[in-house]
Design a protein around this ligand. Sequence first.
Ligand code: ATP
Length: 197
Amino acid sequence: MRIGILGGTFDPVHIGHLIMADEAIAQLSLDQVLFVPAGDPWRKSDDRRITPAEHRLAMLRIALAGNDRFGISDIELRREGPSYTADTLATLASERLDDELVFLLGSDAFADLPHWHEPHRIVDHAMLAVAPRETADMRGLLARVTGIDLDRVLKFEMPRVDVSSTDVRGRVAAGRPVRYLLPPGVAGYIDEHRLYR
Ligand code: ATP
């Protein structure tokens, strides 16, 4: 099988993530996309307090219910210490010897890749596939990102979806609407558990 891996903080999961995964399945001929919530998203956790994993996971479960091509792996939640994608992909690859892994990223995450832990190891275990986010100059981006073998990088298209988890958190805190930025049921969960107030 050809499996897409979508790592993220998912704090909270929003429609951008789902549109991205759906487009990846269609354009990259994937059998499945596995969403992998980060235990300790160390590139982000210095700047703010990350919502406890149980809530991020619960929101993912609600968001992905009913799509049998979407799955969740809690591999990074079970591992101590910073969530390094290179370690995650090495473990997933060793558990799925017959599968081909494709790691999905938005162009913002791809641009940040040189700052990740051992980025060259990531492409040992998976192809990368990058989707544009905002007004990404993809060609310029590919030229600037060094430290990985660009033969291992694919591109796919998605409608520009100008939604981020940061924006959703800010809207909830300010009492502005989020209902249609989120998969059905997620806004209700946020309300019920008084997240992001
Ligand atoms: P935050 O605003 O908290 O930094 P985020 O919205 O970027 O969060 P993450 O969970 O960190 O969400 O993202 C996981 C992956 O999904 C990253 O590769 C990111 O680039 C991609 N992604 C998230 N939102 C979008 C979007 N609207 N369009 C394209 N890619 C996206």
